[in-house]
Design a binder for this molecule. Structure first.
Ligand code: ADP
Length: 267
């Protein structure tokens, strides 16, 4: 826009000028709107768990020695605290990312160890949800140069989704393969899958697929956005194959460390 030439003649230049003002005003309006939507969205997402915690806190007070009531209240409070913690952590990470403060410190990481850790962390959650979790990673798979802590966020978000958007009796597999230059880490699930129009948008910030039916799952539409941004900061790629009602496969494609690629110069 800044370098565009007037369209020729007085009238043309004026018309162009008007258009620029309108364009800027629209952008400002949209930005303000997005800001308001964001504050409304986050306030709502934080307020509802707080209400629940408040209610169950009172119930705990009234429960006296009744063990069933106490256990129920404690479980609900713990779940809601977990939900809030996950939202706040995701928001902190998104703001870090958007302010340019998320810079990966890349070190040589043995992929099988990293994936085994992620698998073990997800195992309890999978167990509780009645999902069979499998790990399929060759012990001698190549190393990668990544920021372990940041990368864990991506892996956990993919694994948590594969468990969450699934049903008891379903399965999730965490696997990895390599060729001469790349490694591919995949999280495959037998869950609810996604329609093509949703697949095209799930990496957008705050995008959630509209759910119908009784099993509505909570979430904030930040997990995949963050997972993808972190993978891109590592010069990798996140791809998705999915079929509605049959399941999804999210794959992270990463370059192997140069010294491990046949024929490449040692660093
Ligand atoms: P959240 O789960 O907090 O809503 P995400 O960014 O992690 O946010 O995911 C965005 C949306 O993509 C989810 O709301 C869900 O509709 C869909 N989705 C993510 N992972 C899966 C999956 N493994 N299977 C089916 N749908 C998924």
């Amino acid at each position: 826009w800044a370098t565009a030439q007037p369209l020729g003649g007085e009238g043309g230049a004026n018309a162009f000028g008007t258009l620029v003002v309108l364009h800027d005003a629209t952008r400002e309006h949209l930005a303000r709107q997005a800001g308001n939507d964001f504050v409304a969205h986050v306030s709502h997402e934080l307020k509802s768990p707080l209400n629940v915690i408040g209610m169950y806190g009172e119930m705990l007070e009234d429960a006296g020695d009744d063990p069933t009531l106490r256990v129920e209240a404690i479980n609900v409070i713990r779940d809601e605290v977990e939900r809030m913690t996950s939202l706040v952590n995701n928001l902190l990470n998104v703001s870090k990312l958007e302010m340019g403060n998320m810079r990966p410190e890349r070190h040589r990481v043995k992929l099988d160890e990293l994936l085994r850790d992620a698998y073990q962390q997800a195992a309890t959650r999978a167990d509780a949800a009645g999902i069979a979790l499998t790990l399929d990673v060759p012990r001698d798979i190549g190393a990668v140069a990544i920021d372990k802590d940041m990368f864990r966020i991506s892996l956990n978000n993919l694994l948590n989704n594969a468990i969450k958007y699934n049903a008891a009796g379903g399965s999730v597999t965490l696997s990895a393969q390599e060729d001469d230059t790349d490694v591919v880490i995949s999280v495959r699930d037998s869950g609810i899958g996604m329609a093509p129009e949703d697949q095209a948008r799930v990496l957008e910030k705050f995008y959630r697929v509209r759910e119908t039916g009784p099993a509505q799952r909570g979430g904030h539409g930040l997990g995949l956005y963050l997972a993808n941004q972190i993978i891109e900061l590592h010069h990798g790629r996140l791809t998705l194959k999915s079929e509605l009602g049959r399941g999804s496969v999210f794959s992270i494609h990463l370059k192997k460390m140069p010294e491990l690629v046949e024929g490449a110069n040692v660093l």
